[in-house]
Design a protein around this ligand. Structure first.
Ligand SMILES: [Zn+2]
Length: 281
């Protein structure tokens, strides 16, 4: 799933290619993808794309007639620009036909259709956007606000980082990297964080995301999971930690799998698989 760093790059590239383009029309090939009915998709016809923005893990194409096409790519979605005369495939869910003989297409690989598209007059009408918490790249991302968000509920730091209502844009991958950078156990409770630990966590959010964005900027293509070659713990089971050489471990927790370094993050302790222990009870 693309997270904040990938989405930032996709946003910037789309801005370059789409800003000012006129939308000639739209074709919806997979009706379930469009989650809204009013305004209808035809309302985009003859509008110009004025900007592209990112809201948490949503990308929003904004038009000069005050419409916002908000797209959540979920696990396997992509936004692609291709010549309009290229045939639609079963993976192409929605096409915007542009005035330069190209289409912007919302595509999704795999058989499941999870991508969500909302056409709204105000992005705040999309529930998951209205509920978004702090944006790590936004001006409101301050240590004070971050600490207030941490204190709002006592739960694991892993849950906190991936809860879009607390911090927007971070998922399973970068939360692992952030916790490694902050030298915190994924199961550490937010309520039990010492002041210096919450500062470390705050700084780690900024550093990990900024470093990933810088790496992706040098790519000549849009980043995907194959470009996450710089990760230190995520998806690196049994590989040596770049800091202390301890093999990276993983632990299953709720719906996700978390990677961590026992040497750097848990004082050498191996975390018990919570899914497994629940099943054995
Ligand atoms: Zn380590």
């Amino acid at each position: 799933m693309p997270e904040l760093p990938e989405l930032e790059i996709i946003k910037s590239r789309l801005r370059l290619t789409l800003a000012g383009r006129r939308i000639l029309g739209a074709t919806l090939h997979h009706p379930a993808v469009l989650k809204t009915v009013d305004p209808p998709l035809e309302a985009l016809t003859d509008s110009h794309i004025s900007s592209v923005s990112r809201l948490g893990k949503f990308l929003s194409l904004n038009t000069d007639n005050k419409l916002h096409l908000c797209v959540h790519l979920m696990l396997n979605g992509r936004l692609i620009t291709i010549p309009s005369n290229q045939p639609m495939t079963r993976h192409h869910l929605l096409a915007l036909h542009l005035d330069n003989k190209t289409d912007l297409r919302v595509a999704e690989s795999g058989s499941k259709r999870r991508v969500a598209v909302h056409l709204v007059t105000n992005p705040q009408k999309v529930e998951r956007i209205a509920q978004l918490g702090l944006d790590p790249l936004g001006p409101q991302f301050t240590l004070n606000r971050f600490r207030s968000a941490l204190k709002r509920r006592n739960r694991t730091v892993k849950r906190f980082l991936t809860d879009q209502r607390a911090v927007g844009g971070i998922g399973n991958c970068y939360s692992d990297e952030i916790l490694f950078e902050a030298r915190l156990s994924p199961f550490q409770k937010t309520g039990a964080l010492k002041p210096e630990e919450s500062i470390r966590l705050f700084m780690a959010v900024k550093k990990v995301l900024a470093d990933a964005i810088i790496r992706f900027k040098s790519l000549d293509h849009l980043p995907d999971r194959r470009d996450r070659t710089f990760l230190k713990v995520h998806n690196r089971l049994e590989q040596p930690c770049p800091v202390c050489d301890t093999p990276v471990r993983r632990v299953s927790y709720k719906e996700s799998t978390t990677y961590y370094c026992p040497g750097c993050q848990t004082g050498g302790r191996i975390l018990a698989d919570r899914r497994l222990s629940r099943l054995l009870k």
